[in-house]
Design a binder for this molecule. Sequence first.
Ligand SMILES: *[C@@H]1O[C@H](CO)[C@@H](O)[C@H](O)[C@H]1NC(C)=O
Ligand SMILES: *[C@@H]1O[C@H](CO)[C@@H](O)[C@H](O)[C@H]1NC(C)=O
Ligand SMILES: *[C@@H]1O[C@H](CO)[C@@H](O)[C@H](O)[C@H]1NC(C)=O
Ligand SMILES: *[C@@H]1O[C@H](CO)[C@@H](O)[C@H](O)[C@H]1NC(C)=O
Length: 968
Amino acid sequence: MSDKIGVPLPVATRRQNPRRRLHPIALWTLAACLTFVASSAYLSSASSDGRARATHVPWNAQDILARCATLSMVPGPPADFHARDVSDRYEEGIPSTLIKNATIWTGRENGTEILFGDVLLEKGLVKGVGYVPRTLTEGLKELTVVDAEGAWVTPGLIDFHSHIGIYSLPTLRGTFNLNSHKGPILPWLRSIDAFDTHDDSIQLAIAGGVTSIQILPGSANAIAGQAFMLKLRTTSEHSPSSMIIEPPYSLNGTVVDPFAPPRWRHLKQAAGENIDAYGTRMDSHWAYRQAYDEARQLKTAQDAYCANAQAGLWDRVMGDFPEDFRWEALVDVLRGRVKVSQHIYEAVDIDAIVRLSNEFQFRVDSFHHAAEAYLVPELLNKTWGGTPAIALFADNYRYKRESYRGSVHAPRILSDNGFPVIMKTDHPAENGRFLLYEAQQAYYYGLPAPLALASLTTTPARAAGLDHRIGFLHEGADADVVLWDSHPLLIGATPVRVWIDGAPQAVGPERGVVVGRGKEAPEWRELPDVPDWRKERKKVLEYEGLPPLKVENVAGRVVFANVSEVMVSGEEGIQKTFSGATEGNGIVVVEDGKLVCAGIARTCSSFAPYDHARMVDLRGGALAPALIAFGSPLGLEEISYESSTGDGPLYNAFVKDVPVIIGDTGGIVQAADGLQFQTRNALLAHRYGITVGTSYSHTLFASDVISGLSTTFRTGAPHALADGAIIQRVSALHYSVRRPPALDLTQSGNSAPSVSTRIAVLRRLLLEGDEGSKSATVMWFGRAADGRVPLVLDVGSADAMAVLLELKKEVEEKRGTTIRMVFTGAAEAHILAKEIGEAHVGVILTPSRPKPETWDDRRLLPGPPLSNETAITTLLANNVLLGIGTPDAAFAHQIRFDLAWAAADAGGRLSPDQALELASVNLERLLGIDRALDGQRDIVAYEGGGPLDLSSKVVGVVSIGRGVVDIL
Ligand SMILES: *[C@@H]1O[C@H](CO)[C@@H](O)[C@H](O)[C@H]1NC(C)=O
Ligand SMILES: *[C@@H]1O[C@H](CO)[C@@H](O)[C@H](O)[C@H]1NC(C)=O
Ligand SMILES: *[C@@H]1O[C@H](CO)[C@@H](O)[C@H](O)[C@H]1NC(C)=O
Ligand SMILES: *[C@@H]1O[C@H](CO)[C@@H](O)[C@H](O)[C@H]1NC(C)=O
């Protein structure tokens, strides 16, 4: 009894008691002692033979009945909600704003309604959309008028799966609260209790147009805890609680009208391999069933108690209302008052959760990640309570076995099957700032535009039970609005302004940043065309997510027709040799993989007629140099999280002696020795026109120091001995000058060496390095010191870079050599752009749009709408030889979109040709692979547009080395 009274009852009593004017503390005491009185009164009446007696009605019968009445109430807004004219989130001092002359995507009509006109924001609400009569604005004292000049306006974006605040960036031990490790079943935990309001990701997400997030606990538990829907605006209270959109009444014991509908609660569950701390899948599923059985028993007892009370059978109403603080959240799930978000990947787990939901009869509102959902739509539809929403990544698969069969075509396939589709980032798994990029990619792969925009607005708003407030622009909605510099489904779309609860956020003009430069042309306002993916969709279903990635090799003559642009790489970088914009649609003739003619039809007439040629219609597309994937273990692993599919861990000479048998105290290795060909990531990269990879071994959490020697290979080659498969066995020597990571997520217990230790060792190796040494380490560092092999230093911090620049000078002076030094990672390189340029040190930004992942990366240059310059524009302006890389093999095929972002962010200062150089000729020079590639460079054929356009897709790879054209 004591634990019932001690904690839970006062809360419950306060929540339910209709005499709301009583002070909560008074009620608390009253409840505590009166429960005792009530039960003794009951005991005395039950001690005599009660059959013939009139029923003894307890003194608190009304309270009991009121409480019982609430059990059947369905969450939702109160009846008078739509009559509100001030938001409960409005704060004094927030000015009214009239956005004039906008192109407004409202979210209504299934995402098809587009209005031209104005949007009025007042008192935290949208007060008018489209036509806003003057009478609405005339009386307003402080009215800010923003002329949108026809630009797009959407509701603020919602990231339905985020860990902002509980996995705070930069990552620090003290703010890492992603998961509890106290058991598989933890429905009593609440993510809001750990939310760090100082997370750098908050302002960055706002800069991406994200105004609301669902803050889900991590996925290491079957029932991981309660989630909360937050707005990202910093409130005057500066508290996490005040960010919650509609705090559930149970949150802090808010006194409420028991006759008002309850507010939605949210819960995170997870199934599959992440729960392995508590056993196998069988164990975690039993844990679920046990937990829901507890909840069901409690609910049954509550229902029986209330059935008796409501029937007036007071003799049977024994004791207190049955309660258990631990299980109340799950009872609410069973009562249909909790929106459940289910982390899940594979059919095996989807099946188990569908069974669970039917066994205990509760709704699972959304399945997250859901890599195999598109393969089992009928199964998913058997979820108790009806069709769930599916929250997906656009293109983030194969990193673990569970996601191996995931597909970029899933959003379209699922929406064709009647499922509401949500796109999400799982920040920081993906950079939450670029939530919109998820929808852009989903749109690229066939999700219709209205649904792509809905996937970040109306659909998650519905799945959260908050569509009466967020996700739409209509009168009475919360004033969360984004004004975009271009069509939101174009890569690079950036907020010019963002309002949350009507309050302007510190982006764009609010902080003196010009947004949208270089995007003046009218096509930046238009919905881009996208390729036809019908064939690919059919294939991915036919092969259950693993369609063959083989290409057809065509020798002889191949003719590309309807070509609008041909770019080739030469001494001066990438140049256009032909542009259809001025010369009309062109022809490109290829003989045995060699480009022999490019121009208008007449130019190549000596090759006509093309009777025996393979004709490929590029529909206005382009030919451009193939790209290079740098910086990931591409080709060294199949599945990142399955170490048994990779090269295996490196010996870390800083932690443990390298076995004597290697004969080298540094344990230096050559990545070429661990290469695997035909990995899915590599073959996919080839199909996307990234035909060359430079890879080296490195583990996820930066505890390695000497990563050994990278190798450069062809991503499409069948094996190492095939012609041209290995372009350059050893490309560069790699060494990490990063700080030890904040978290040892590998639990290896390895203490990584300090920055100064790493530099001390590097200094010694460079000064004493010796070509003639028997030690591979001493020999290779000698070669690096002599400039015979590039020295690629993985470094984030500008302070470490400064020391490295000095070290370079010291070694060069002492040895009389020139080191070919390159910084990779390099998030803070912009701080030393001038010095890096002067020292002739190259930079490979890896990744090209970083987040402040670690302490070393925290001073990244965010670019518009937070700064006018980007890291790329700053480094190029200082004559730094610059490339971009990708740390993740599963993302290697997306490089051309990274380049599209770089060009769009550069405000007109980076032409498409220059952007392409960042992942081709510049990398060649930095890594010293230009000579090896000379005369061997592949050319990629894009159908429907240029390499940076959403309208295009790769249809062919021209390989001079192999004398063929690969046709996809
Ligand atoms: C929205 O889509 C649903 C389902 O496809 C359809 O039933 C409904 O009529 C559509 N509503 C509008 C306004 O187009
Ligand atoms: C809206 O802006 C567009 C683009 O600047 C302009 O062409 C148009 O005249 C404007 N319309 C109004 C009503 O101001
Ligand atoms: C509970 O928290 C919310 C959000 O901070 C606040 O608005 C409300 O006043 C609080 N209620 C009580 C009873 O403290
Ligand atoms: C799933 O159910 C929805 C309606 O709830 C329906 O529109 C859709 O066609 C169903 N899909 C499948 C694959 O059964």
